[in-house]
Design a protein around this ligand. Sequence first.
Ligand code: COI
Length: 355
Amino acid sequence: MSYNISITKTQSSKLDQLDFDNIPLGTSFTDHMFICEYKDGQWQNPRIEPLRPIPTHPAAMALHYGQAIFEGMKAYKNAEGTPLLFRPEHNASRLNKSAERMGMPTVPEELFVDGLKELVALDHAWIPPQQGSALYLRPFMYATEAFIGMRAATSYNFVIMASPSGPYFSKHIRLWAEKQFIRAAEGGTGEAKAAGNYAAAIRPTELAKAKGYDQVLWLDAAEHKYIQEVGTMNIFFKINGNFITPELDGSVLHGITRLSVIELLKSMGYQVIERKITIDEIREASRNGTLEEAFGTGTAVGIAYIKEIGLENETIHVSEESPVAVEVNDTLNAIKIGKIDDRFSWMTEVQSQLA
Ligand code: COI
């Protein structure tokens, strides 16, 4: 089924105010947004409108009980100027997994992807052409029903907004291995992309930044020894020639960049092992010289090279060089902008809808 998405264009584009050479993530927004409402058991009135504040009742349940989930993805442009989306169907299915965990309605994949395509087609001039830059897309859903009480809301908004962004990290980063606070426990909401997971991470992240670190490395809730993920990324280690990444045990986000990097590394002939991995094992590999590389993967960051992991009384040194991660990053980026063959069929062109 194809959705009939009505379009109202802005009368006053802000595009000419954008400095394409200086766009920190999340600070600029395009002219339009996609929006539709869920009520009476169905999604209604999908449309694109000029970006605007959305009125919110003070009792909107998202504000009180946290029924709020989101996705992160990016649109790129190839040499001909055709916008390209990276594996959007995976974001649709992850949003729906998050929705199920949080007691929210799912969004039909076609509505999700059609909404994205229409928005990207309309605001395609906002896709930055600079290397490492992209149009960040933020689909999200939140409970709008005005009600005080503990149950699933009956009305929701599903919105997609778009935000041009430059590269996230340009240097090797330092992580703080967190042993006081936790991100996710068994049976919790760790693998959902739920706003509350990020809320709980804000204070520990600020404390880590005050110590001079870039992001938090999360450890398991029970023993503080198994590595889960990093602030906004999944994590990979190269030890003795093989890649290891924490298994998806319910506490770890199903990263789409993570999945793609696993596929890419395997195609390059590397062994990639998804298993439990302890911080002690990483410390030991650093000491005995077998820890060769470490890097994070995420939509916003792309691939972030890790040089150090800080613990209470010591520092685990990784490496100032990450040759395989650099190769993976370059290959991924080249696929995303259509510079090399999309041999995995990851990219979706936004063409027919071009406004
Ligand atoms: C993303 O990588 O897209 C995220 O959602 C992380 C965000 C907090 C920047």
